[in-house]
Design a protein around this ligand. Structure first.
Ligand SMILES: Cc1ncc(COP(=O)(O)O)c(C=O)c1O
Length: 447
């Protein structure tokens, strides 16, 4: 028997592990040469799975098991695994050359599309990952304002690059604190940066008091306009408008980190959905259907310090032609089929959320499921109502993680932390299978 503790109760993972002998051997080998056996810590799980290939909404592991995938690489695979039109476009471009070290037609065509779709975008810079896009946006804000302080919200995730890898999911919540929240670095022992201030999300009084005290030092207020990383929930009505207006009144820039929401929530992202526009926006993930591409889009005014000022945006691999070709094919497919695809993503998201809530009711477990479009988040006994990170962090991570390990043996690949991403390729039948798999896994968890 392989008993693991997930905080709440011991869980027998024997069946789940027996399912993946090849993956387990692969993981042991990986640990000999790769710290923890993974190149990204967010992929770690108690039951290791090594994948061989993916198609549509499905993944296949080295043991030959098939899974309905609810991870979708944590966001990029909006069109599913191996979307044909995108792969074809990238392959065509690869045949013409990997990199040129100069301008190429695709880069302009992609920037034009982003400007066309995203309400606040007038100028666009390309890079490779969401973390780099955040780094660039923050540098631009510092250049534009001549200030160096960034205000962030607790629980919002802006990538793994210092100094923004603080107070995001994975570190203890600050609990009942009011006003400024002490900076808690996600890496133990790492010095904290004096450039970052952290406050609670969704609290107008706290925001106003920090702006009154420090607003004139603040270069930018950065946020996930829909905080998918801790909750998949909307801010209180009027909150974003208020934050946007006050940020500007103090001469700071507003940065929307749309690395998750961009092109997933709609072609115009969260800013179009919510009707609030930032000065700068970061994109990655769903912009290029799985290829390494990210962007910073900004207003003409915000970008002025890059256009004719001293701020540098640079990188050998920025705007890789094959990734740019993939992004163009992706955005064209999304825009040509938007009337069908986005309502379908919403319907599938609602189907899965309803099904998971039914499973929770049937078993009498205290699970709350949030859903916005194609993203879901399950909490075990959060502080209700979930309005900010401290409420979400009251929930128990252990049972959610345990159930997401047990569901692997039922043919579902889901992230231990409870976030779920759907693609345009998930069918009604896939999701019925997922709901019944959770029914079985919850039954096993409860013993
Ligand atoms: C909102 C947000 N910003 C930034 C990032 C960092 O992106 P990347 O992992 O591509 O560096 C992420 C990644 O999950 C994210 O969710």
């Amino acid at each position: 028997m392989q008993i693991s503790s997930f905080g709440e109760r011991p869980v027998d993972l024997s069946d789940a592990l027996a399912h993946v002998p090849g993956s387990t051997a692969h993981m042991e080998r990986a640990r000999r040469v790769i710290p923890r056996g993974m190149s990204s810590r967010g992929r770690l799980r108690a039951v290791p799975v090594a994948f061989d290939r993916g198609k549509g909404a499905h993944l296949f592991d080295v043991d030959g098991n098939e899974y309905v995938d609810l991870v979708m690489a944590l966001g990029p695979m909006l069109l599913g695994h191996n979307p044909e039109a995108v792969i074809e476009a990238a392959t065509r471009q690869l045949g013409k050359g990997l990199q040129f070290g100069g301008q190429s037609l695709g880069e302009v065509e992609l920037a034009e599309r982003i400007v066309q779709h995203v309400p606040s975008a007038e100028k666009v810079l390309l890079t490779n990952t969401g973390s780099e896009a955040v780094q660039s946006a923050v540098r631009i804000a510092k250049g534009a304002t001549g200030r160096r302080v960034i205000l962030k919200f607790e629980g919002h995730y802006h990538g793994w690059i210092d100094p923004f890898f603080v107070n995001s999911p994975g570190v203890p919540a600050a609990g009942e604190q009011h006003g400024l929240i002490p900076v808690v670095h996600n890496i133990a022992g790492q010095p904290t940066s004096t450039d970052v201030l952290v406050i609670a999300w969704n609290d107008v009084a706290e925001f106003d008091s920090v702006m009154a005290e420090r607003g004139d030092d603040i270069a930018a207020v950065i946020m996930e306009p829909i905080p998918f990383n801790f909750g998949t929930m909307h801010a209180a009505p009027g909150y974003l408008d208020h934050v946007a207006a006050e940020t500007r009144r103090h001469g700071a820039l507003l940065i929307f980190d749309e690395v998750v929401s961009g092109f997933r929530i709609g072609l115009g992202g969260a800013q179009e959905l919510l009707g609030v526009t930032p000065d700068l926006t970061t994109f990655a993930k769903a912009i290029a259907a799985g290829f390494p591409l990210a962007a910073v889009a900004g207003t003409e005014a915000a970008m002025e310090c890059v256009t004719s000022g001293p701020v540098t945006h640079g990188g050998t691999y920025n705007g890789l032609p094959f990734a740019v070709a993939a992004a163009i094919a992706n955005l064209d497919y999304l825009s040509e089929n938007a009337q069908v695809l986005y309502p379908r993503l919403e319907a599938r998201g609602a189907q899965l959320a309803d099904g998971l809530r039914r499973v929770a009711d049937k078993h009498g477990i205290p699970v709350v499921v949030n859903q916005i479009g194609s993203v879901l988040q399950a909490f075990w006994e959060p502080q209700m109502p979930v309005e900010n990170y401290a409420d979400a962090a009251e929930s128990k991570a252990g049972p959610i993680a345990a159930i997401n390990e047990l569901v692997l043996a039922e043919g579902v690949h889901a992230a231990p932390r409870g976030i779920k991403f759907l693609s345009t390729e998930h069918t009604v039948e896939d999701l019925e299978r997922v709901i019944s798999a959770y029914d079985t896994a919850v039954g096993r968890y409860l013993g």
